[in-house]
Structures are given as C-alpha cells and as structure tokens.
Design a protein around this ligand. Structure first.
Ligand code: NAP
Ligand code: GCO
Length: 264
C-alpha cells in the first residue's frame, strides 16, 4: 500500500545502536526511509553502524547525548547539512533504574527523568521548527506499560513514561494544525538488554520469577521481541496515520486488556 511507504523521508531514531531503536530504524529503512541515529558514545555508534551495514542499511550515526541541548541542536544542524531535514523523529533513548523509591536518591530520580522525559522534549523542540515550516512531520515517543501502570522499584521510570504520554498528547495538541502528528508506542515487556536482568536464569537453572510472572500476565504468553514494534512504527511514521494524533499505541501482547490468570 503506497501510503505506508517512507521513500524520500529522513528518520532520526535516538539511542538506536541496538535493541528496540535498532529494530524500529531497520523497519523504517525497509519501508524506504534514510536512517540517522545517535548514541551516547563513539563505541556504541560504531557498533550500530556495523549492525546496520550487516543488514545492508547505510545509516548515518552521530554521538549525541539527548539530555544536552547544545549537543542536540548541533546534531540537528549537522544532520540538516549532511543528510537533510528530519521528517520522522523517534524518541527511543531511555534508561531504567530499579530501586525501591525510599532508597532512591533524588539524583538517581532526576537522571531517569532527564533521559526519558527531558530528552524527548529537547529532541522534539529541535526538530519542530523545520517541521512547522514544511507543514509536515512525525514524532513517535517510545512510552511503556509504565505510562499506565506502576510496580515496585520503578517510580522514576513510571513518572517519566507517564509524563512522556502527556508530552505526546501536548505536542499533538499544540502542533496538529501544522500537520505534525505526535504519537507514542507503548511496548509491553520486550526482550532487550534493558530487561535482561528480569529474565536471568536462577542458580538452579529455573526461570526468573519475573520471567514467569510476565508470561502469565501476557495473553500472548511470551515476551515481545524488538521486531514486534516494526509494523506499528512504520504505521505511525507514514502517511497512513495522518489523522492519528496524540495516541499511544500499546504493543503489549494484550497485557493492558487482561485482568490476569485466576489462581489455581
Ligand atoms: P536499551 O537496550 O537499554 O537501549 C537504549 C538505548 O538508548 C541504548 O543504546 C542507550 O545507550 C541509549 N541511551 C541511553 N541514554 C542515552 C542518552 N542520554 N542519549 C542517547 N542515547 C542514550 O533499551 P531498549 O529496551 O531497547 O529500550 C528502548 C526504549 O524503549 C527505551 O525508551 C525504553 O524505556 C523503552 N521500552 C523498553 C521496553 C522493554 O521491555 N525493553 C518496554 C517499554 C519501553 P547505553 O547502552 O549507553 O545505555
Ligand atoms: C520493569 C521493566 C519495564 C519495561 C517496559 C514495560 O522493570 O518493569 O523494565 O519497565 O522495560 O518499559 O513496558
């Protein structure tokens, strides 16, 4: 279908050397987009460039910390000069700290908010002027189950991802008249390095209790894969979603729809 095509578009995916960002960028490239990504250091960018090259994708990689407004502004000007203006921004870079709230320092809380919420604000702010001028643009914020649900040890992450859902709605509200669509993707529990500690085998070889817990909480009865996010990302990046704005598309195998299994 023609309006799912991203031919001629430039997509910038943050923190996309591996994991969910890499899978989303690969999908956008398969749909025709030119890929630009950033990561926090040169080593990660080189690792990403190698991974894209293995898929025959000619990606453009840059070192840039999404929390640093000067670095972000230089990144956007450099990309405009070397590749072109960004048509699609995917705010993917993010971290989590699993610490009981009463033991978490304010500095640790701030760091999570800084990367997971201030980062997307800074990135979006940097690409909006060119999108407003062109009267076209797509911003996709990677939200979370924690945009809707809480659990032990993830207070900062839940606060950031809940905030990111509202930033998504606000960008849609404020810039919809410029034909800019800002939507979120809310991945369920996805097997990536970020969730590896929750899937580690126990000393006796049995599954991690959180691993079994998530499989039981997910109607699909499995962890998601980064590739599960490919189709939703292409949809939200393409003209097929031109009248979808301020929406969070949960890609969670049904977690948010499910009350949970009755105990035996
Ligand atoms: P990941 O494997 O940890 O990858 C995140 C990437 O972001 C890494 O390359 C990371 O670099 C980079 N990054 C961190 N801080 C950055 C900064 N300040 N500036 C630029 N890049 C930075 O995570 P993932 O599981 O693929 O998750 C990607 C996104 O999806 C995150 O926003 C996450 O919260 C969200 N998410 C994940 C899941 C899941 O189940 N995995 C579910 C819902 C939402 P480093 O390697 O240096 O940290
Ligand atoms: C956790 C997880 C989650 C996921 C994801 C869910 O500790 O509960 O890491 O927060 O990464 O964001 O959608």
């Amino acid at each position: 279908m023609e309006n799912f095509s991203l031919k001629g578009k430039i997509a910038l995916v943050t923190g996309a050397s591996y994991g969910i960002g890499f899978a989303i960028a690969t999908a956008l490239s398969d749909a025709g987009a030119t890929i630009v990504f950033n990561d926090i250091n040169q080593q990660l960018v080189d690792k990403g460039l190698e991974a894209y090259a293995e898929r025959n994708i000619k990606a453009h990689g840059y070192v840039c910390d999404v929390t640093n407004e000067d670095q972000v502004n230089s990144l956007i000007s450099q990309v405009a000069k070397e590749v072109g203006e960004v048509d699609i921004l995917v705010n993917n870079a993010g971290i989590i700290k699993r610490i009981p709230m009463h033991e978490m320092s304010a500095a640790e809380f701030r760091q999570v908010i800084d990367i997971d919420l201030n980062g997307p604000f800074i990135m979006a702010k940097a690409v909006l002027p060119a999108m407003m001028k062109k009267r076209a643009g797509k911003i996709i914020n990677i939200c979370s189950m924690m945009s809707e649900l809480g659990r032990e040890t993830v207070s900062a992450y839940a606060a950031a991802k809940g905030g990111l859902k509202m930033l998504t709605r606000n960008i849609a509200s404020e810039y919809g008249e410029y034909n800019i669509q800002c939507n979120g993707i809310g991945p369920g529990y996805i097997a990536t390095p970020q969730t590896a500690p929750l899937r580690e085998k126990q000393a006796d070889g049995s599954a991690h209790p959180f691993d079994s817990f998530i499989i039981a909480k997910t109607p699909a009865a499995r962890w998601g894969t980064p590739e599960d996010l490919a189709g939703p990302a292409v949809f939200l990046a393409s003209e097929a979603s031109n009248f979808v704005n301020g929406h969070v598309l949960y890609v969670d195998g049904g977690i948010l729809a499910y009350i949970g299994k009755q105990p035996k």
